[in-house]
Design a protein around this ligand. Structure first.
Ligand SMILES: Cc1cc2nc3c(=O)[nH]c(=O)nc-3n(C[C@H](O)[C@H](O)[C@H](O)COP(=O)(O)OP(=O)(O)OC[C@H]3O[C@@H](n4cnc5c(N)ncnc54)[C@H](O)[C@@H]3O)c2cc1C
Length: 413
């Protein structure tokens, strides 16, 4: 009896061709249902479980074939569209996410409204069958190459802050959208400021009801905080990719070009860390062994809770506020891996070059590590979510008042 691995292996053997373009390769993967096998059929997936999907990834790696697209489109937009998109919106947007031809970014955070995202000030006003959008967003990963964005904007300032927000699918390639890159300490300019002046979005690109944007955004964020998100890939970088280049060139450059963002989000930091520990034989140091043992326990617990989330998702339960535990745990583990990994390298841990263990890729992961405690909700905010929405503890002082007053009467900034 043939297994998922055997079938996938035969397909990759027959179809992997490093000389075709990246665009053609991603189209082949999408047609075969091997791009995102855990996704539903509507998105070109096969509704496979985690083990089946892992078998496909193994078969792909054994043949040396390049992975599927990666980014905001695959790990945030697609699962939000599964849940809230109309059939027409799903048909319009999902195919170009699966084959990587359309790139997306997330326009949620604003200056002054990061953790307090519900206080956001960007406005959208209905004008005929279009909305006019004005305001500024910040820290928007990939906005400099994105074709579309998921955007939340205030559509009713007379409502309390959580109730007057609406969620849109927003065209980034239009007049009135200005993107200004910001440089991070990794040296990459992965995120941006985005200014919108009388930009337009059609009514048919509203996702969910008017005023229900907060709930839709919470769904997006629960996927962002979920380490079991099937839309994350460990191969393709989050950054801009050239669809016309031969896919073999991408595959060849993969190990070096990979950015801290992709490594952290896909959990690839663990494999890199193991390589560093093995190559440096750090376990021969008794003090190091003790800290490695602690980290190993954390990683096992993390794996166990990730598997539970995966099983619940397979049973149709979408990730909720409880995934904040995994996000906090992931951030803590990556900090410990960073510290132990760099220490294990000795003097080479202090270098910033390709001439270090893992060709500098671990250093890129290490430099990105602080972002894991911030992006998608800070550790402190995750603890508030767990306290209030999972354990049912009282809300923060003053929060109830803020939840009931109209947004226009709240202090701003
Ligand atoms: C790498 C990276 C990528 C990102 N990509 C995107 C993106 O694509 N799109 C997007 O919209 N945003 C993005 N963000 C922004 C991210 O969501 C925000 O940075 C995050 O929500 C925190 O908001 P802030 O930066 O405004 O910090 P603030 O909210 O100003 O927080 C500052 C500090 O105060 C603490 N704090 C705030 N409120 C509370 C509270 N109630 N209780 C306890 N402590 C509190 C925080 O924990 C933090 O330590 C990204 C961020 C990073 C680092």
């Amino acid at each position: 009896m043939s297994t998922t691995y055997d079938d996938a292996s035969a397909w990759f053997e027959a179809n992997w061709d490093p000389t075709i373009s990246l665009g053609d390769w991603w189209a082949r993967l999408a047609d075969a249902g091997y791009a995102f096998p855990r996704w539903p059929e509507i998105a070109g997936g096969r509704s496979f479980n985690k083990a089946e999907s892992a078998a496909i990834t193994r078969a792909r790696r054994d043949v040396g074939a390049y992975g599927p697209p990666n980014g905001v489109a695959t790990f945030l937009v697609a699962p939000t569209l599964f849940q809230y998109g109309t059939a027409e919106q799903q048909e319009r947007y999902l195919p170009a996410i699966v084959d990587g031809t359309v790139r997306w970014c997330q326009l949620f955070s604003e200056p002054g409204y990061g953790s307090d995202m519900a206080g956001l000030a960007t406005s959208a006003e209905l004008d005929g069958d279009e909305w006019t959008v004005n305001g500024q967003k910040v820290w928007n990963s990939g906005a400099h190459y994105a074709d579309f964005a998921i955007l939340i904007a205030r559509t009713d300032p007379d409502q309390p802050k959580h109730k007057g927000i609406t969620f849109f699918l927003f065209d980034m390639r239009q007049p009135g959208v200005e993107v200004r890159p910001l440089r991070e300490m990794t040296g990459d300019a992965a995120f941006n400021e985005v200014f919108m002046t009388d930009a337009r979005v059609h009514e048919s690109d509203r996702l969910g009801d008017v005023g229900a944007g907060w709930h839709v955004a919470m769904t997006t964020l629960s996927h962002e905080r979920n380490p079991e998100n099937p839309g994350l890939s460990e191969t393709a970088p989050f950054g801009e990719v050239k669809l016309s280049l031969p896919v073999g060139e991408h595959a060849g450059a993969e190990a070096r070009n990979v950015d801290g963002f992709s490594i952290s989000l896909s959990g690839g930091g663990g494999a890199l860390f193991d390589r560093v520990i093995n190559e440096t034989e750090a376990w021969t140091n008794p003090l190091m062994r003790q800290r490695l043992a602690e980290l190993t326990s954390m990683r096992r617990i993390g794996r166990w809770s990730n598997e539970r989330t995966a099983a619940r998702m397979k049973a149709g339960v979408q990730p909720g506020p409880e995934v904040s535990t995994q996000k906090i745990n992931g951030a803590e583990m990556s900090r410990r891996m960073r510290d132990l990994g760099l220490e294990a390298m000795g003097a080479k841990g202090m270098l910033w070059s390709d001439d270090t263990p893992t060709d500098g890729v671990f250093h890129r992961f290490a430099m990105f590590t602080p972002a894991n405690s911030i992006a998608g909700g800070t550790d402190e905010v995750m603890r508030n979510v767990l306290g209030e929405r999972v354990l049912g503890l009282p809300r923060e002082p003053g929060e109830s008042d803020q939840r009931e007053k109209p947004w226009k009467d709240l202090p701003k900034g």
